[in-house]
Design a binder for this molecule. Structure first.
Ligand SMILES: Nc1ncnc2c1ncn2[C@@H]1O[C@H](COP(=O)(O)OP(=O)(O)OP(=O)(O)O)[C@@H](O)[C@H]1O
Length: 376
């Protein structure tokens, strides 16, 4: 099995630097998802791992071996691209086994591997068909089968499901998970779809403009974002990061209003925030909305309500800043004055200058862990 290390990796096209100081490790046998907006460098990283994109400087290692100058063929990686690239004149069976035959893999080994893979991907019924006679999802599975039979310890996928409809995506993802459970390769998976990243990744590496923003489990990326970019990229609707908010003397102040926060937060901020100006972040589902005022609430006016099927996204004007609160039933109407409570176990504070999350006090983390089972 293969651990992949990116050590101070730099990629430039002439004068244009796409990324530099890229450092992270992909553990042997894990499913790492590279996620981020268009142009952030996901495919470039994948292609450098595959060996089809030159590395400008730094080291790429497979286990302890530096592979910068190792040819793609010698890296023992399998890759699936967005457009599948099946041979149109070959049958499904020929498409799957062609690469092995070219590489003169013994016939017995080809048969053994082929039989395993077509069952894992449920392709036995289609072996004699040509790609044009298959649905998008079936073609996708053939492309996956062709990559899987290679017996590689590293499996690279670049937006492999992007041409499929929502239902097919789910079943193709299940096939991929089955393959991974069976063969245990190190998988690197590129997507810009956060749902795909959250459901498929053991860990997610989130990138923006060639910089690594956070690499962690989906749970931590969602609940404990390392910085404002991560907080706003993940989640739909995303985390509210209130730019006219500030922290002062045990209170979150928004405009002319203030709410007290838990004493553990106050202690934590006093020791860790170093007098830095802070923004408050809170996810829409961690805000309580009520028509009646209780203690320690923020008052706002509902400007818009989106019916999301199982939920309602309420957009509430808090003295000029819009905050989104998600409720599971319709609690107010547009124009109503509402009172908001913030779940203290789910607040984040970000330093205004660096945009980094200041972290969480221990007992808040324990509360989070009790609710979700996530270790801090
Ligand atoms: N041959 C090239 N010459 C110059 N710049 C390039 C070249 N190839 C890619 N880039 C730039 O490198 C950056 C990263 O591209 P990359 O394809 O890795 O992004 P991505 O995150 O995979 O995007 P997408 O989700 O749109 O596929 C982009 O800004 C792109 O314009």
């Amino acid at each position: 099995m293969t651990t992949i290390t990116l050590d101070n990796l730099k990629k430039a096209y002439g004068e244009t630097v796409i990324m530099e100081d890229m450092n992270f490790t992909i553990n042997s046998g894990e499913r790492l998802v590279l996620l981020g907006p268009s142009g952030c460098g996901k495919s470039t990283i994948l292609r450098m791992i595959a060996g089809i994109e030159e590395i400008t400087s730094g080291e790429m290692r497979f286990n302890d071996a530096v592979i910068n100058d190792v040819t793609p063929g010698e890296r023992n990686v399998a890759m699936v691209f967005q457009n599948y690239a099946l041979y149109p004149h070959m049958t499904v069976e020929e498409n799957i086994t062609y690469g092995l035959r070219v590489n003169k893999v013994p016939e017995e080994r080809i048969r053994e591997r082929f039989e395993e893979v077509i069952d894992a991907l449920d392709l036995r019924k289609y072996l004699e068909r040509k790609p044009a006679e298959l649905s998008g999802g079936q073609r996708q599975r053939v492309a996956l089968a062709r990559a899987t039979v290679k017996d590689s310890s590293v499996f690279l996928l670049d937006e492999p499901l992007s041409n499929l409809d929502a239902q097919l995506r789910v079943s193709a993802r299940e096939s991929l998970t089955d393959i991974h459970e069976r063969y245990g390769q190190t998988i690197v998976y590129v997507t810009h779809d956060q749902t795909e990243a959250m459901t498929f990744g053991d860990r997610i590496a989130l990138l923006n403009f060639g910089e690594l923003q956070m690499i962690d489990t989906p749970e931590n990326i969602y609940h404990k974002p390392a910085n404002i970019f991560t907080a706003r990229f993940i989640g739909n609707p995303p985390m509210n990061v209130l730019e006219n908010s500030r922290y002062a003397e045990g209170q979150i102040i928004i405009g002319s209003q203030g709410v007290e926060i838990a004493p553990s937060w106050v202690d934590y901020i006093n020791t860790h925030a170093n007098g830095q100006a802070l923004y408050v972040g809170i996810r829409p589902e961690n805000i309580g909305v009520s028509l009646t005022d209780t203690q320690n609430t923020l008052r706002g006016v509902v400007r818009n309500i989106e019916n999301q099927g199982s939920n309602y996204a309420n957009y509430i004007d808090l003295e000029g800043e819009i905050i989104c609160a998600v409720t599971d039933r319709r609690v107010a109407e547009v124009g109503d004055t509402v009172y908001l409570t913030l779940d203290n176990a789910r607040i984040s504070f970000f330093e205004q200058n660096s945009t980094n999350n200041i972290g969480y006090p221990v007992d808040i983390e324990a509360t989070i862990e009790k609710i979700t089972g996530i270790h801090a």
